[in-house]
Design a protein around this ligand. Structure first.
Ligand SMILES: C[S@@+](CC[C@H](N)C(=O)[O-])C[C@H]1O[C@@H](n2cnc3c(N)ncnc32)[C@H](O)[C@@H]1O
Length: 496
């Protein structure tokens, strides 16, 4: 329910609306923060709104744990509106140095009333007055010597998640992952076209070199509104995600036909197009709305930077059903520019839907929704997609022709990563896993990796030659930490 009283500042009103929606409908905060409503706020209000939304979601487990004992009935589930007003108030009191105590408390009380929950206003007021006496957490530092459960509590992560990371990757890595999950990730962009960096500087946006990739830029000053993004052909995309696109692009020396199997919103499709403007790219997406949005995006980007786009066909279809249905112009809803049959691919990217546990800094709400049982569901869906793609690719490719497939996720969970690759390779004939070292060397030779980028990737290679980027990890010999989301990529090829 919207909170609309004038006594509530626009930033807090919008933050409340987004947090309510995230909790009620399962929407992603990141999507809602990029809406035109947020764009319409002043720069300062946009900053406060973003800090409130992401901060509350990051610290929610800890905030709830601190406030629960103050409630008359600590185990009763509060209405979302009341719970959200409490979380917003407590977050401001504990983490935001420049928000006056009275503003944090009074506006939370007003939000509670304006959302139709006047009966809870006194309780919200009393709990937040108590919270105002607690020591600030804004200079938060992780204490040493924590076990996984204590680490989870200190960093507001679910214990089951942290216990798994500690088991798979060790306590040092678990600490780094959790620490990264509590920080605001860098805003990273990819600037496409020739004069756009200069355009951005004129608009007050300052960029610095990327950490891993020479084509990436970190925004160090200024605010990117939707208008800036459209005008300047600049795309917001985490560097880890850009890296997967770059790795896929470097997996085959000179691909002519590329299939991007799970393509929307299109970040990696557009990198493939940028790197191989002469290749015919088919971007497949299951969900009609996401497919339509991708089609519009491809069109807009091609108009903004025509020199880097060749042939991209956006196709609505199911990667898990490829082997039965195949890809055909007639059977699928295409953008009408297809020529010839959709087969004979030499490069395929399978960027499957996943739990997203590598992206908790950017998408903090994932930790509140995901359960251990969801990993089983993801694993089954991922195996189904990869198996369908490998079987289909082998069937439609001429004998003797090499096909390479990059499988990727933004998950840190073995069930979604190497377990999927191993299980599917044990079920299909004629495919093997190969090391990513060759595409990495190619990227290095082409000057696409920074020194830190090369170190980070080499350090992240598994025994099978897959890559697992753990967010927050220290990059050996550079004194730097990995600032990107976590990603997994594995390369497979058809045995010829
Ligand atoms: C991780 S996202 C892909 C991100 C994208 N590659 C990018 O870089 O922007 C996974 C996408 O796969 C789509 N998807 C899910 N199941 C699918 C299926 N069976 N076939 C095709 N696409 C699917 C989802 O709707 C979602 O858009």
């Amino acid at each position: 329910m919207a909170a609309s009283k004038a006594a509530i500042s626009p930033a807090r009103r919008e933050a409340f609306r987004i947090l309510f929606e995230v909790e009620r409908s399962g929407a992603h905060a990141d999507d809602l923060l990029r809406s035109s409503r947020v764009d319409a706020l002043s720069v300062a209000d946009r900053g406060l709104c973003t800090a409130l939304v992401l901060g509350v979601l990051r610290w929610q487990i800890r905030l709830d744990g601190m406030m629960r004992p103050l409630l008359a009935k600590p185990n009763v589930r509060l209405d979302i509106e009341v719970q959200t007003a409490l979380r917003m108030g407590a977050f401001q009191l504990l983490f935001l140095e420049r928000v006056p105590t009275h503003a944090a408390i009074n506006e939370s009380v007003e939000i509670c009333k304006a959302s139709g929950h006047s009966f809870a206003a006194r309780m919200v007021n009393a709990v937040l007055r108590k919270a105002a006496t607690w020591p600030k957490l804004s200079a938060w530092r992780l204490p040493g010597n924590l076990d996984a459960k204590a680490l989870a509590e200190a960093t507001a992560h679910p214990a089951w998640m942290v216990e798994r990371w500690a088991r798979f990757y060790g306590m040092v890595a678990a600490r780094e992952i959790c620490g990264h999950g509590q920080e605001q990730p860098d805003l990273v962009v990819r600037v496409v076209g020739r004069e756009t960096e200069g355009d951005l500087t004129q608009k007050g946006i300052q960029l610095a070199a990327g950490g891993l990739l020479t084509a990436a830029r970190t925004v160090i000053e200024g605010s990117l509104s939707a208008a800036t993004l459209t005008d300047a052909a600049v795309r917001i995309q985490d560097e880890g995600s850009q890296l997967i696109g770059e790795l896929a692009a470097a997996a085959v020396e000179s691909p002519e036909r590329i299939l991007d199997c799970c393509a929307a919103p299109g970040g990696k499709t557009l990198i493939l197009a940028e790197r191989w403007p002469l290749a015919a790219i088919t971007a497949l997406e299951l969900h009609p709305e996401r497919c339509e949005a991708l089609r519009r995006r491809v069109q807009a980007d091609a108009e903004a930077a025509p020199e880097v786009y060749g042939w991209i066909a956006v196709v609505h279809g199911d990667a898990a059903g490829l082997n039965d249905a195949g890809l055909s112009v007639a059977g699928l809803d295409t953008d009408g520019v297809l020529e010839g049959p959709l087969d004979g691919f030499d490069l395929i990217l399978v960027d499957v839907p996943c739990s997203g546990t590598g992206t908790l800094g950017r998408n903090p709400e994932i930790r509140h929704r995901l359960g251990a049982a969801d990993l089983v569901r993801h694993h089954e869906q991922q195996c189904e997609i990869l198996k369908s793609v490998l079987t289909y690719a082998a069937r439609v490719t001429e004998p003797g022709k090499r096909v390479r497939v990059v499988y990727s996720t933004c998950s840190l969970e073995p069930e979604e990563n190497q377990d999927v690759v191993a299980e599917v390779l044990s079920q299909v004939e004629g495919w093997r896993q190969v090391s990513l070292s060759e595409p990495i060397s190619r990227m290095s030779e082409l000057g696409r990796l920074t020194g830190t980028g090369r170190e980070a990737i080499v350090q992240s290679l598994t025994a099978e030659g897959a890559m697992l980027l753990l967010p927050g990890m220290s990059v050996a010999g550079t004194g730097r930490k990995l600032e990107t989301d976590g990603f997994f990529a594995a390369l497979m090829e058809r045995v010829v």
